[in-house]
Design a protein. Sequence first.
Length: 496
Amino acid sequence: MTYDLVITNGTCVTASDIAALDIAIQNGKIALLAPSGSLAGASAVQVIDAEGGYITPGGIDCHVHLQEPAMFGGKGRSADNYESGTRSAIAGGNTTIIAFAPLQKDEISPLAAVHATHALARGNCYCDYSFHLLMGNASATALQELPRLKHEEGISSVKIYMTYKALQLRDNEILSILLTARAHEILTMIHAENGDVLDWLTDQLELAQKISPKYHSNSRPPILEAEATNRAIALSSLVANTPILLVHVSDPQAALRIREAQTQGQPVFAETCPQYLFLTRDDLDRPGFEGAKYICSPPPRRKEDQGAIWRGLQNGTFSVLSSDHCPFSFDDEEKGKKSCITREHPEGHFRHVPNGLPGVETRLPLVVSASKLRLTEFVAVASTNPAKLYGLYPRKGALLPGVSDADLTIWYPEGKFGGDLTLKNDMLHHDADYTPYEGRKLGNWPRYTVLRGKVVWDRDNGGVVGEKGYGKFVKRGSAVDVWDKVDEAGFDLEEL
Ligand code: URP
Ligand code: ZN
Ligand code: ZN
C-alpha cells in the first residue's frame, strides 16, 4: 500500500484528546492514525516530518465577509475577494471558511443571492467554503425559499441583524424567520445590537460634533448589546426554543445572559472573535484618523472585559471563535476606511466608516500564542464546534479515519521562535493594507496547511503552494447535537 501522504513525529490534538500519532492519508481522507513511529517506514508519495509539532484539524472560520455590497455603514467595499480572502485563510491554518451570500432589503430570492455568490467564489478559492444566507428581509418569498436553500443548496444557516439601516429587522420579522428556520433545521445567527438606540446615540453625538473614530464606541455602548442579546433570547424562547447563535459577542453582560439561558436548557449558542480578546476601545482613540482601523461592531470593549470573554471560551459559553473577517483597507478613499472623508468632514466621521476588520489569517496564531486555552479547547472552538454547529461534522473538524477529510494544520515545534515572531502586515496574504494586530509578538504560526491531503501552505518552502480553484463548495446538513434536543411539538399559540 502506498499512501498519498504520511505525517510522522507529530502530536495530534482533537477537541477531546492529545496523543503522539502518525497519520496516513489516502484519496483526500484520513486513512489511518497509528502509534508514533509506526509509519516511519511506510510507503508514501510524500512524507512530512512534523518534528514534534502539534497537528490539529484544519481551522474552520465560520464568519468571513468577502465581496459583499456596502451594508455596514458608509460606502466601503471589501478589500478581499474570494481569491485573496481564501489565500489569506490557508496561510493562517484554515481549511474551510463560511462566508455570506447577501440578500439585501429589496431583494426577494435567497436562491438567486446564493447563485450570485457561487459565481463570485467558484474557481477562485484556495480553501473549501460554504455560505450562510445573510437575510436582509423577511418577505414571504424569502421565507418560502428557505427549505430549498437547506435541502437543495446545502445551506443550513442564516444570519440576521438587529442593527445597520440596510439590514435591521424588526422583532416580528425576526420571529417569522425563527419559525421558518425551526421547521427546516436551519440555524439562525443573530447580530445583537439595538439599532434604533444606536442610531439615536449617533445623532446625539453628531449634534455635539463628536464624530471622530473613538465615538463609534460611545454610539454602541455595551448595554445595547446586552439588551439586544436578551431580546434575541426572549424571541427564540417565544417560538418554542428555536436554536440561535449570537455572533461576535463582546460584552461580559451579554455573555452572562447567554450563559444563563444555556443553564436553563435553551438552545442558545454563541461566538466571539479575537478583536474582543486582544483589542480595546482605547485603540479607537489612536491619534488622528488611525482609530478607524479598529472600527467594527460591536466595538472592542475595555481591557478589563477581556477576562470574561476568555472565560466564556474556556467554559463553553462560546462554542465558536471566528474572525468576522470583514476587511476594508485604511488608506483607500474610494472603498476603504477613508471613504468617509469628504469636504464636509475632512477628518472623517465615524458614522460613515465601513465597519469591520481583517482577521482570517491571524485568528489561529493569535489565540494559540496567547496560551490561555487548553489545546483541546482551542481545537473545539476553532474547528470542531464550528463543524458541528454548521453541519460539516465529521467530514470536517475531526480526524476520524475513513470519515474525515484530511484537513490539517501542522504547527511548529513549541519554542521554535523563541519570542521572535513579530506580526507585520507584509507577512499576510490578504489584500487589506493593514492588520489591527501589527507588532504583536507571536509564539507560533501554522507551518503547513493540508487540505484534503494536499499541502496548500508550506511556510518555509514557497508559502502558498495550493492552487486557486482547489477549494470546493461544501454542502452542509443540520447542526449536530442540536435539533434532536428541540421539542418536536413546536410553536403552539394555545401554549403561550
Ligand atoms: O463590524 C463588523 N462586525 N463588520 C462585519 C459585519 C458584521 O456585522 O458582522
Ligand atoms: Zn454582525
Ligand atoms: Zn460579520
